[in-house]
Design a protein around this ligand. Structure first.
Ligand code: NAP
Length: 437
């Protein structure tokens, strides 16, 4: 019997479990640990609440979770409740599938002003992640700025621009929907430090901005490169640029909300009130020009009004004590997923925050190949029996998949009309729904 511990129950974790079942069948025991009492990681807490079709992939993970030799072990903090070294004592292989839950920080003056957030926190807030439920962003001002030209920046701009009716069928949590319902925002500016040909936005997500109820996307035609240059782009990027060209050609409408694309605009400083404290009021931006594909400063500065700022400039994996970490890349130091003997990483924790949910599937299968190469014969570790003994001795009361089912049912039962669920946003609410206290 091979005992496998997977840390993290998001896409990378469940695809790894699926691959392990395919390879070893009944000859493997898989324990999938998670910090939260609920599974599915990024699917629950990262994917936009109005993108339910993407969230549908969790059904596939459900099927894996049903296998008798796969177990969800929720509400266990690796590094606090149990160490990596202890897990390695108990399991033949430990796979870190912990994703990249922290923001890359925006290192400019004023980042500590009020109403300035990183995308992990802001996305976590509208998705009901318990760590960010109390974020309380203020929407009383007119102008928001989102920094970054990736899909997360697009998600955030879209969420800020939608009217409540456009969240029908979405699992946005009540505290976020209520706050957005009272929002006084009339514009979102999306700042990109490079140009339209350097965006990291995919066509479907970009196209959605063109059909919002009250919001109109605006691109300055002068920012667009000559159309002939689009021919050199890959087909996906070409489609994305076509959307930007359509936004630039669009005639003004009476839609009251604007989503401005401000290209060649590098954030330089956030500006608050004169006392230095308080909330952000504007962002100072430096006009850039491309130099060998990079954003070079031109020395020209200007200000964009900003009552709310969200930086969506990428994510980092959280370090774990004793696990080699690549600080520059913001992920675990690894060779094709191997970190140390018996210790592996997969998904964003291995390669950084890139690609789609589906990119993690081949990743999961590849890491199982590595493990199979390293463990040609089953070991004699104690696996889950050993973990249970240790958890009992330590008073660690973990959550099972059956407990999650109860939480799931309770969330579905309390959904507002038309919504798939109303998530619990605190651990104690989740545990109460599971009947755990
Ligand atoms: P991302 O795709 O890496 O984009 C990060 C953006 O931030 C880039 O435009 C980057 O510009 C910019 N940036 C980085 N540092 C900056 C700085 N100091 N100042 C200004 N701009 C800066 O990251 P992401 O948007 O967080 O997305 C993460 C992954 O999740 C991506 O693979 C994304 O496609 C995926 N995702 C997919 C969906 C979907 O499919 N619907 C939704 C959300 C996320 P440079 O290019 O100039 O570095």
């Amino acid at each position: 019997m091979l005992h496998l511990a997977i840390i993290g129950s998001g896409p990378a974790g469940y695809y790894t479990a699926e691959a392990a079942l395919k390879r070893w069948g009944e000859e493997v025991h898989v324990d999938i640990f998670d910090l939260q009492p609920v599974p599915f990681g990024l699917i629950r807490s990262g994917v936009a609440p109005d993108h339910q079709s993407i969230k549908g992939v969790a059904k596939r993970y459900d099927a894996v979770a049903q296998a008798p030799n796969v177990r969800f072990v929720g509400k266990v903090a690796v590094g606090r409740d149990i160490s990596i070294a202890e897990l390695q004592e108990l399991y033949d292989a430990v796979v870190l599938a912990t994703g990249a839950p922290s923001d890359r920080t925006l290192e400019i003056p004023g980042s500590d002003l009020g109403n300035v957030f990183g995308s992990a926190a802001f996305v976590g807030w509208y998705n009901g992640h318990p760590h960010f439920a109390d974020l309380a962003p203020d929407f009383a001002g007119g102008h928001a700025v989102v920094i970054g030209n990736g899909n997360v920046a697009l998600d955030i701009a879209r969420i800020l621009a939608k009217v409540p009716q456009e969240f029908e069928g979405a699992d946005i949590v009540a505290h976020a929907l209520d706050a957005l319902r009272a929002s006084k925002l009339t514009s979102v500016t999306i700042l990109g430090r490079r140009g339209p040909h350097q965006i990291a936005m995919t066509p479907k997500e970009l196209g959605e901005l063109g059909s919002l109820e009250r919001a109109r996307p605006r691109v300055d035609p002068a920012d667009l490169p000559p159309e002939a240059e689009d021919a050199a782009l890959d087909p996906g990027m070409r489609k994305s640029i076509q959307h930007l060209r359509a936004f630039a050609a669009d005639t003004p409408s009476d839609k009251p909300f604007t989503i401005n694309f401000d290209f060649f605009a590098a954030p330089h400083a956030l500006i608050g009130d004169d006392n230095g404290g308080g909330a952000v009021q504007a962002i100072e931006v430096e006009r850039t020009a491309l130099v060998d594909g990079r954003a070079g400063g031109t020395g020209e500065f200007y200000q964009v009004p900003a009552d709310l700022v969200i930086s969506a400039i990428g994510y980092r994996t959280n370090p774990i004590e004793g696990v080699p970490y690549d600080t520059a890349a913001g992920r675990f130091a690894n060779e094709e997923g191997r970190i140390l003997p018996g210790l592996y990483c997969v998904g964003w924790a291995r390669r950084g925050p890139s690609g789609t949910i589906g990119t993690n599937r081949p990743d999961g299968f590849a890491i199982v190949d590595r493990i199979a190469e390293d463990f040609p014969a089953p070991g004699n570790k104690r696996g889950r029996a050993g973990f249970e003994a240790l958890a009992a001795a330590r008073g660690v009361d973990f959550v099972t998949f059956r407990d999650w089912r109860k939480i799931d049912e309770a969330e579905v039962a309390r959904a507002r009309d038309g919504a798939p669920r109303e998530k619990f946003v605190a651990f104690d609410q989740m545990l109460a729904a599971a009947g755990k206290h």
